[in-house]
Design a protein. Structure first.
Length: 415
């Protein structure tokens, strides 16, 4: 991969995009949405090749689920894209403005970052999400997917480029897809060291990928963390509600980062709640329980230290028993990845303490962690869930790909 030539082309494209208004960008994105709809069979056929290759290589069911595209998921991709189109263009937004004592007018306005790179695994829908948010916010983007989804990504990028080429004012050179060779990560190293060529890099995938990017990048990084999410069942919890939320947060789609990996239970309700939970799960989830919890469960296995803080991404979950909300908070802050946490409680004091003290991007009361998602938050698509604290935190939408600059108008003032 010739990173210099690729990023030079992307930089030129970003400069073209920076001059486009919202109507021009929206018209181009609408053309892409229409093209995705018309070419869905082409995309699904390419995705089937990836799935067949993945099955032959023995990829897990959770990875295959992340990889799979069908008509329903393409419907969702198109709907998310149209939601992005309907959002307010952040470029040019005046964040603040004032007049200085010497009469100069100072305005702080949003501008694109420039050239963005995203390194991601398995999920081909990220190709559309990342592109649409980058394009709408006036950025060019370098896409580096995984070898397991490469054929799907190629098909999607080709459809996007064809649509942009046919749209008035479209900028097809605003995105590039890295050619991925299995077991060859030299291109990733080039991206991470492209100082002055790439303005920001976003990793989106498993713990190993994210750690590699954060540890080795010389370009700025927005960290999207893995999802070790917890559900705390307080002593005042509505236990029926708790069971419904636990089922949703663990079982609806266990392979995603906002699914829970540990259920923390107050000892005062453990004897009643845990048998209810086991019945609700109905053998669908393998439970790893601590010494106190296992006494109330029929089919659990003893948890080890490796279970606490583990991201299963599968139909597995660990159970931790605590004696207070304070102990639950301490345990969660020690073992989580700062992603999403939830408390089930009828105590206003406890829920307020939990939301104040738990260190995570999203902290819920009496709701499933599965809502941590750009679409659910009204952003349409998302770049991922940021678990860091600088620049962005939580689901990342359009504004994350902007920065600000100051525009100062004077009338001959000197200092």
């Amino acid at each position: 991969m010739d990173i210099k030539n690729i990023t030079t082309s992307l930089r030129a494209a970003s400069q073209k995009l920076a001059l486009q208004n919202a109507c021009q960008k929206n018209a181009a994105l609408s053309a892409v949405a229409d093209a995705l709809d018309k070419n869905r069979d082409r995309i699904i056929a390419a995705n089937k090749d990836d799935l067949d290759d993945g099955e032959a290589k023995g990829l897990s069911n959770s990875i295959l689920d992340r990889l799979m595209l069908d008509h329903k998921r393409i419907d969702g991709i198109i709907a998310s894209l149209r939601e992005v189109i309907g959002q307010t263009d952040p470029v040019g937004e005046e964040v603040a403005g004032w007049k200085s004592p010497n009469g100069m007018t100072i305005r702080q306005v949003r501008v694109p970052l420039g050239v963005v790179a995203i390194i991601y695994e398995n999920r081909p829908n990220v190709t559309i999400d990342a592109f649409s948010l980058a394009y709408k916010s006036g950025n060019a983007i370098l896409l580096r997917g995984s070898s397991s989804s490469y054929k799907s990504n190629v098909a999607i990028v080709n459809v996007i480029k064809e649509a942009l080429a046919g749209a008035e004012g479209g900028v097809p050179e605003a995105l590039e897809l890295v050619e991925v060779r299995e077991h060859d990560h030299s291109d990733v190293d080039q991206i991470l060291n492209a100082v002055g060529m790439i303005d920001v890099c976003l990793p989106r995938g498993g713990k190993k990928l994210i750690e590699n990017v954060v540890r080795n990048a010389r370009v700025p990084v927005i960290e999207t963390g893995s999802g070790v999410c917890h559900l705390f069942i307080d002593e005042s919890a509505d236990l029926e509600m708790a069971c419904r939320i636990a089922e949703n947060a663990k079982i609806q789609r266990p392979s995603v980062c906002n699914a829970i990996e540990c259920i923390v239970v107050h000892s005062a309700v453990a004897a009643k709640f845990l048998p209810m939970l086991e019945k609700k799960f109905a053998g669908r989830v393998k439970l790893h329980a601590d010494e106190r919890a296992i006494a109330f469960l029929e089919n659990a296995i003893p948890a080890t230290s490796a279970d606490f803080g583990n991201e299963y991404l599968d139909y597995e979950c660990c159970i931790k028993t605590v004696d207070s909300v304070e102990e639950a908070i301490e345990y969660i802050n020690t073992h989580n990845t700062k992603h999403s946490e939830s408390i089930i409680s009828q105590s206003r004091a406890n829920t307020k303490l939990f939301q104040s003290m738990v260190d995570a991007a999203c902290v819920y009361v009496n709701a499933s962690t599965r809502f941590t998602d750009g679409g659910e938050f009204g952003f349409g698509a998302e770049l991922g869930i940021s678990t860091q604290k600088l620049h962005a935190r939580g689901p990342m939408g359009i504004k994350v790909l902007t920065t600000t600059k100051y525009l100062i108008d004077g009338e001959g003032q000197i200092r």
